[in-house]
Design a protein. Structure first.
Length: 122
């Protein structure tokens, strides 16, 4: 009785691809930052523009915490992890009908690419 079967090159490529997809899903699940409400798409001095996806997601006057996602020290397994570090806070001043909101920086800093999340009152 034969214990091992030869694997075709096509099957080997499919297996490698499946492993890669699983690795990608696990890596994304390890990202440790707040759920995103939007992302800073542009900034000028103390004014930033935030992609909020939906106009009904926020309202004028609300405050958003700003987070920068940074790569953390790799675990012993060699898999990198990421975490969100709060860098500031912005306040929505205007909402446009294309899912973009204008905000002013009220503390810290906000830069293009940063993640924003609705600030919850304490």
């Amino acid at each position: 009785m034969e214990m091992y079967k030869k694997i075709s090159p096509k099957s080997a490529v499919s297996l490698i691809f499946a492993i890669f997809v699983i690795f990608l899903i696990v890596s994304c699940a390890m990202v440790d930052y707040p759920l995103s409400k939007g992302r800073v798409v542009e900034g000028f001095n103390s004014v930033v523009y935030v992609d909020i996806q939906r106009e009904d997601a926020v309202s004028v006057g609300q405050e958003l915490n700003v987070y920068k996602v940074i790569r953390d020290v790799p675990e012993p397994s060699g898999i990198p992890t990421f975490k969100g570090v709060q860098t500031g806070k912005v306040k929505i001043t205007e909402i446009f009908n294309n899912g973009i909101a204008k905000a002013v920086v009220i503390s810290g800093q906000a830069e293009k690419g940063d993640i924003v999340e609705l600030a919850h009152p304490n």
